[in-house]
Write a protein of this length. Structure first.
Length: 143
């Protein structure tokens, strides 16, 4: 019975964490809009949520492992551990829509739109969790 009550909360908690990770990724893209050679990053939220929730069977590819402590942490690879810590969100490079001479692939209009969209969805997930908790509390107290 408890699993049924907390199952939806676990799903939305995963969604909240992934929204936070995506917000950080988008903010990083915006912050590096003027950095020559910077390539914008993003990840497929729907696929990451499926992976985090355990809804997808196989990942379809080989797991990436860090073999040296100084390897960069990209997409949840823990440096030196040889295992994935956050297999849910695999960062990928964003497709460049407006070529620039300095090699920067950040499209500020797209990034700002993604930032606002992700913010609204984060807020709605928070509101849904709050409403679900209030409903559970009122059911427990009998009001």
């Amino acid at each position: 019975m408890l699993e049924q009550m907390t199952g939806r909360l676990d799903f939305h908690a995963n969604a909240l964490l992934l929204r936070s990770q995506r917000q950080q990724t988008i903010a990083s893209n915006i912050a590096n809009a003027d950095t020559p050679g910077y390539v914008a990053r993003d990840f497929d939220f729907a696929q990451a949520l499926k992976n985090a929730s355990g809804l997808s069977g196989t990942s379809g590819g080989a797991a990436i492992t860090a073999t040296h402590a100084q390897h960069m942490n990209l997409g949840g690879v823990a440096a030196g551990s040889g295992a994935r810590t956050g297999d849910s969100a695999k960062l990928a490079y964003a497709v460049q829509t407006q070529p620039s001479q300095d090699g920067n692939s950040v499209d500020l209009d797209r990034e700002r739109a993604n930032f606002v969209d992700n913010s609204v969805r984060y807020e709605s997930t928070l509101r849904f969790i709050n409403g679900h908790v209030k409903t559970m509390l009122s059911a427990i107290t009998g009001q």
